[in-house]
Ligand binder design. Sequence first.
Ligand SMILES: Cc1ncc(COP(=O)(O)O)c(C=O)c1O
Length: 369
Amino acid sequence: MTKHKFEAIDTPATLIREAILVRNITDMSQFARQIGINLRPHIKTHKIPRLARIQVNQGAVGIAVSKIDEAKAMIDGGIKDVLIADPFIGQEKISRVLKLSERAEITVTADSPEGIKVLGRGARDKGETLKVLLAVDCGFKGFGILPGEDVFTLARSVQEEEGLEFAGLMTHAGHSQGAKNPEQVQEIGKKEGQVLAQLAESLKNNGLSCPRVSAGSTPTAKVAGMVKGVTEIRPGNYVFNDLAQVSLGVAMEEDCALTVLTRVVSRPAADRCVIDAGSKTLSLDRGATGETVFSGFGKVKGHPEVVVSRLEEEHAILSIPPESEIKIGDLIEIIPNHAGQVMNLAGTVHVIRNEEPWEEWEISAVGSK
Ligand SMILES: Cc1ncc(COP(=O)(O)O)c(C=O)c1O
């Protein structure tokens, strides 16, 4: 019997196909370069400084993060320009951000008078100036101020707050993940770019310079990025892609760089088997619409007939046709629904080069605050 090429990898394991990863990174970099826009990848997806360096070496102007510990891990790994793309509150957090600003160019995000005051006080106490992007809601209904008079009021209050510098606007169209078809993704992306670009224009007409206009996540980056006035896109998931992106029509299965490798540990009945990866590896994520184009918790590569139908914490139950030849000990590879969730649960990834295990990389920014 020939040995499986990944036999030596202990399971469950998270795999990254290097060739697909590099192709995805290059594709987005080329897009940004061709249309003359800045690319600032969101690294919450991978949390690996080495991977962020590859993105920067391929032309990204810097990175976006959600958490301050993510920023620290990336700066420790040599990244010099970081946008903290989620508003944060708390003295401890602002102290950490100001410490990081001694080593890298940091921009923070705010969407409230309270947030602006806290940032301003912190920066003043340290005698520093922090760049601030105002977060605007383009329809996601998460954080971000609604387009309107409040944007002008808050932009002015950033400008007037000693210790802060108004650097521009940002928005995140997270609702694109729930789009019902590719046309809806396009519509959302277009609106995302237009809302922000129009606001930036109005701010300028009112005497407020708005140098940075940051929009565009993986589903919408190539649409929002085309809108005149948008200066920067922040896709994250594109490095790996996943079934959610395949379902949106943004990527194909062949573009998915990340998989979970697992072993069949039991076949207690003809129509099911059990594998050694459960919700603690694959996550319970079923995509923003509750279901991807493939039913269940991922797609088993090479076995379209199999459904990852139920997850326990450490095991998954696969529904299989009774005549299936899948047996105990077989290696099963699953494309996950949501790559970022899988990375957040994994400690390391096995990088696969030329279909052989090549290197194991640490995911250093997991558990970030
Ligand atoms: C503020 C912000 N920008 C950009 C992104 C990147 O989104 P995606 O991973 O879909 O590309 C995210 C992800 O949630 C985000 O929260």
